[in-house]
Design a protein around this ligand. Structure first.
Ligand SMILES: Cc1ncc(COP(=O)(O)O)c(C=O)c1O
Length: 425
């Protein structure tokens, strides 16, 4: 009922009176209005919350029970009636994957592909661009390590020029330098929205605007931002956007997605094809199917896909704005606590922070610190300097500890963590 009313208002307002406001924004506004998160309920629906202090959502978060139930339920059907038959039964749930993501990212469902992880989604996209020798790619020094390797690889294979733009004193890509680096040869800007090794949120929409103005493709790695930050592909002006299911979306492992803007689909040529992504015309020809599904494979983990769809549905019911606010609130409490500790240095520089906080502690190796915290029932992770060498290499001499908070974490957990950290010497 609520969503019908919201839809009605969206249509009336957007079409007749305020043509510039997209109906999606209005629907979201209605959905998020006066939403507060019931943390106790959320935690009771998340079995992992009673086991440990899980501060590793940037690695892999704790799934809600409903997500695990959806996966198990589909696996059980596969076991009972057969894999193909179970997929036929679950056709609605499978299709719902695209509907949920389209709503989350403000795009069309035909612009979404299910891919087994974010790295593969990113690679499929980048390798589908029709490169010419001498074309230029621009990225930032905080680009995700695997993507950077991927860029080196695609540049080597196609004789491309790879430019790396530095970050400024706010820890975000310098827009000025980025714009100055664009030439007539620039074909792609590849940006990671929130880096793995630093939680500053990059100015993705501003980068998208620069890309659009200069008629350059824009690829956004939203692996760490999807599920904790509101993402609107239209506002971001991105051509590609990829992400992982197991991180802030709270889906199962081995899941990911790729968004590809309809407008550019015709200009791309996926490197792999099968009878799902293309149709076989005759002995000499074939044709890619319409939409982002041309990046998919026929065979995939249906249970995991349904699990991820369930996770996105769960998230949408809570409301991304409420989630973003909660994470940001917990994050500032954590930073305040860390700054009280004399031997701890936080790496994040900007005020636009996420649930990812990284730090070093004097005289303690990050791996040892992680083990010590684990003994105290607290999960954190380590970001290796070698894997982010263009970013961390300029400033540090070793690995860093990463805390990644989700909305299901609590202020009490943050306090316990700070107390534990203070005692480890
Ligand atoms: C920023 C970023 N991009 C991409 C990835 C890769 O995601 P996946 O493991 O799903 O390929 C990660 C993983 O940690 C990441 O942090």
């Amino acid at each position: 009922m609520g969503s019908t009313v919201a839809q009605l208002f969206a249509n009336i307002i957007s079409l007749k009176y305020l043509p510039k406001i997209h109906p999606h924004r209005i629907r979201k506004l209605f959905r998020n209005m006066s939403k507060t998160l019931d943390i106790e309920k959320i935690r009771s629906e998340t079995p992992g919350c009673s086991q440990k202090i899980h501060f590793n959502s940037a690695g892999s978060s704790l799934s809600p029970q409903s997500v695990t139930n959806a996966v198990i339920s589909h696996l059980t059907r596969e076991q009972t009636v057969g894999g193909y038959e179970a997929a036929e039964e679950a056709e609605y749930l499978v299709n719902n994957f695209y509907v949920e993501f389209a709503e989350l990212l403000n795009c069309d469902k035909s612009e979404i592909a299910f891919i087994e992880n974010s790295t593969r989604a990113w690679e499929l996209a980048v390798h589908s661009i029709k490169w010419s020798s001498g074309d230029q790619i621009i990225t930032a020094e905080n680009e995700y390590g695997s993507n950077y390797l991927g860029l080196l690889h695609v540049a080597k294979k196609n004789a491309l020029d790879l430019i790396t733009v530095p970050c400024d004193e706010e820890g975000v890509v310098s827009l000025d330098q980025l714009e100055k680096s664009i030439t007539s040869k620039t074909k792609l800007i590849a940006l990671t929205h929130i880096a793995s090794q630093r939680g500053d949120i990059q100015p993705a929409a501003a980068v998208g605007a620069i890309a659009r103005k200069n008629n350059v493709l824009f690829m956004l790695d939203a692996c760490q931002s999807v599920g904790q930050v509101n993402l609107d592909t239209k506002e971001l002006n991105c051509d590609f956007l990829c992400g992982s299911g197991r991180k802030y979306l709270r889906g199962p492992r081995g899941t990911g997605f790729l968004f590809v803007k309809t407008k550019i689909l015709q200009s791309l040529e996926p490197i792999f094809l099968d009878l799902h992504s293309a149709s076989w015309r005759d002995s000499k020809s074939y044709e890619f199917i319409q939409g982002a599904k041309m990046f998919e494979c026929y065979e995939r983990n249906m249970a995991a896909m349904i699990g991820l769809s369930t996770a996105v549905q769960y998230l949408s019911k809570l409301g991304i704005d409420a989630i973003e606010e909660r994470i940001s609130h917990l994050s500032s409490i954590l930073i305040a606590g860390l700054s009280e500790l004399k031997d701890t240095k936080v790496l994040e520089k900007s005020h636009h922070r996420s649930g990812i906080i990284t730090f070093t502690k004097d005289y303690i190796d990050a791996k040892i610190l992680k083990r010590e915290l684990q003994k105290r029932n607290i999960n954190v992770s380590v970001c290796r300097q070698k894997n982010a060498q263009l970013d961390l290499g300029t400033e540090l001499n070793g690995d860093v500890t990463r805390v990644s908070l989700h909305y299901y974490n609590t202020q009490q957990e943050v306090s316990k963590f700070i107390q534990a950290l203070a005692k480890i010497k």
